[in-house]
Design a protein around this ligand. Structure first.
Ligand code: NAP
Ligand code: F7E
Length: 324
């Protein structure tokens, strides 16, 4: 029988890769989208004929109850969030409403409409924040460093709570940073690769960044959505760290990205305090042993391959745009 999955956040980076993967497996995919004054479907243009869209918002519980009643999914992937850490300092209440309370609204909608639905929560390595141990595992205590991180801790624990209170098949993936050519331009990796492409093509000369010493465990989003799906195929719901186990600084990312086009990052990168955060997460590096052993999941894309893929994609896109 064909399985139907609901994805919230389908217009986002991960939503687009997950939709592709599920459609490839024969799923019917329903994507929840919120109203906006302009269309925002760039990442899923190639899937428009295959996805069914449903209007809803994490801020509006009735809209989600209605979607569940109408579309009757067997799996729900909650990827929607205010996901940019920097913005969460400027809009902490909106971030809490969406990224924290939005999770309760959706879990409650599931409990009311059909408690047999399997649920995936997009938890985050930002919950580890000021890290209590290296590397971070499912057992590492949380110490978030931003309103976004705090909201994700709430979303994580309410998912655990609904699993324990109402026996929901609800799992959390504690995903470390994952990137792709579809990453939003405000995130550091894409900002760098887009900037490198502009500089290489003579469209810019400088790239202004914040803290170059922050270290992240960066993987490829296309690999990570597979882990989400695997979690919901388990008999028992659980929480899993998903990461590469390698960490690199923003500076290293710059070095490699600029070197792909034969340039030295030191000639083009300027540090700009506007991009510093009130509290920083200095180092993230995870241990995905549990996901590897229980889900049979491992990342396939290396750091160097990821950087190359993103630089190449931005170069191609800018050349197309400018008719080169
Ligand atoms: P993203 O590109 O920023 O996408 C976020 C999605 O959420 C978009 O589709 C956005 O819709 C939607 N959204 C925002 N507010 C909403 C609301 N009130 N109601 C309904 N939809 C709303 O994020 P991503 O990188 O794909 O990440 C997916 C999820 O994983 C997020 O929950 C993120 O916090 C989490 N996460 C990401 C990473 C990572 O490294 N990428 C790591 C750990 C966890 P619009 O297009 O309309 O704005
Ligand atoms: O920053 C530093 C910045 O914004 C990474 C989200 O997907 O992953 C993401 O959150 C690091 C930080 O991602 C700039 O200070 C330096 O230390 O790319 P980012 P993030 O904050 O790690 C987690 C796992 C999520 O869950 C989030 O949703 O890079 N950095 N200079 C900069 N960052 C940005 N954005 N811009 C700069 O110019």
């Amino acid at each position: 029988m064909t399985k139907r999955a609901l994805i919230t956040g389908i217009t986002g980076q991960d939503g687009s890769y997950l939709a592709e993967m599920l459609l490839g497996q024969g799923y019917e995919v329903v994507g929840m989208v919120r109203r906006s004054s302009t269309v925002n479907f760039e990442r899923i243009t190639h899937l428009m004929d295959d996805i069914e869209f449903a209007a809803g918002d994490l801020l509006d519980q009735m809209s989600m109850i209605e979607i569940l009643r109408t579309h009757r999914p067997v799996e729900v992937y909650n990827l929607a969030a205010q996901s940019f850490v920097q913005t969460s300092f400027g809009q902490p209440v909106l971030t809490g409403e969406t990224t924290a309370l939005g999770v309760t609204r959706l879990l409650d909608a599931i409990r009311i409409v059909d408690d047999s639905i399997r649920y995936y929560q997009a938890s985050s390595s930002e919950m580890f924040g000021k890290v209590m141990e290296v590397p971070q595992t499912e057992a590492t205590p949380f110490h978030p460093r931003s309103p976004y991180g705090v909201a994700k801790v709430y979303g994580h624990w309410i998912t655990v709570n609904y699993r324990e209170s109402y026996d929901l098949h609800a799992s959390s993936g504690i995903l470390f940073n994952h990137e792709s050519p579809r990453r939003g331009l405000e995130f550091v990796t894409r900002k760098i690769t887009h900037g490198v492409a502009q500089i290489a093509l003579g469209q810019a000369s400088e790239l202004r960044l914040g803290n170059l010493d922050a270290k992240r465990d960066w993987g490829f989003a296309g690999d990570y959505v597979e882990a989400m799906w695997r979690m919901l195929q388990q008999d028992t719901p659980d929480d899993y760290v998903v990461c590469t186990g390698e960490t690199h600084s923003v500076r290293e990312f710059c070095e490699l990205a600029f070197s792909r086009v034969g340039l030295d990052y030191q000639d083009h990168v300027a540090v700009d305090e506007r991009y510093f955060r009130p509290a920083e997460v200095d180092l993230l590096v995870g241990d995905a042993t549990k996901a590897c052993e229980q889900l049979g999941w491992t990342p396939r894309t290396s750091f160097a391959q990821l950087v190359e893929m993103m630089v190449e994609s931005d170069l191609e896109a800018l050349k197309r745009e400018h008719g080169a």
